[in-house]
Ligand binder design. Structure first.
Ligand SMILES: [Zn+2]
Length: 232
């Protein structure tokens, strides 16, 4: 079984449009009564998006206002057909389109994905700590092993043995927008040539120049080698 970090790849691909804003975000933005920080309550409902620029619609749509995982109906169909687990889907409607070249193109239906599969980071092995700043809104900060604040999780992600619940899509509940997946998701995207997906191995560095794995080539090689790409 292989796991990957999974997201859109809009910073490394060209031509795809981008969700510039989430128009009904104010309905889900609250102020935490404990720490007075703004917090987003994850929308268990339809979101409304403005897309801007680009010349085509991708299968994974990046969003600038909030780190949603937004996937096309085609991708959902792949997932439903092959029994992908670990998520709930809600509609992500494009209500406004800006940009000359994208305006005349009919957008696909999109869904935003709330990942409900779970695993737990092995923070000792990752040489890092996560401290919860506020018990109410679960705001966190990352610390290195000496207790110094760091901006992001280390590049190498390690999960505790037996903490993965077996879902194809999963997160550690401390970082619900940092999404992981199985090789089944990668191979399905590769075989069906879904666009703008980003897969990075857990133990791999993720430098700015890294475009992520060539998932289409990986899936095709599996088919050529007559291996079952949907076996986990
Ligand atoms: Zn709070």
């Amino acid at each position: 079984m292989f796991f990957y970090k999974f997201s859109h790849n809009s910073f490394y691909t060209r031509g795809y449009t981008w969700a510039y804003s989430w128009k009904n975000s104010s309905e889900y933005t609250k102020i935490c009564p404990m720490c007075n920080s703004p917090l987003i309550v994850y929308p268990d409902n339809t979101i409304h998006l403005t897309v801007e620029g680009g010349i085509k619609y991708p299968d994974i749509l990046g969003c600038g206002e909030y780190p949603f995982l937004i996937v096309s109906e085609n991708m959902i169909n792949d997932w439903e057909r092959f029994g992908i687990t670990g998520y709930k889907k809600y509609k992500a409607d494009i209500v406004e389109v800006k940009g000359k070249r994208i305006k005349d193109i009919e957008p696909p239906k999109y869904y935003h994905i709330d990942v409900i599969g779970r695993a737990e980071y092995d923070l000792n092995a990752m040489k890092c700590q996560i401290s919860i700043i506020c018990n109410n809104c679960k705001r966190i900060q990352y610390l290195d092993s000496s207790g110094k604040i760091i901006n992001v999780l280390p590049d190498s992600i390690i999960f505790k043995n037996n903490s993965w619940d077996g879902s194809d899509l999963f997160v550690d509940s401390l970082t619900p927008r940092y999404i992981f997946c199985t090789n089944k998701i990668l191979n399905l995207a590769g075989i069906n040539e879904r666009t703008n997906c980003r897969f990075v191995p857990l133990d791999d560095k993720d430098p700015v120049s890294n475009k992520g794995l060539d998932y289409k080539a990986i899936a095709k090689k599996m088919l050529r080698d007559k291996r079952n790409p949907l076996e986990r």
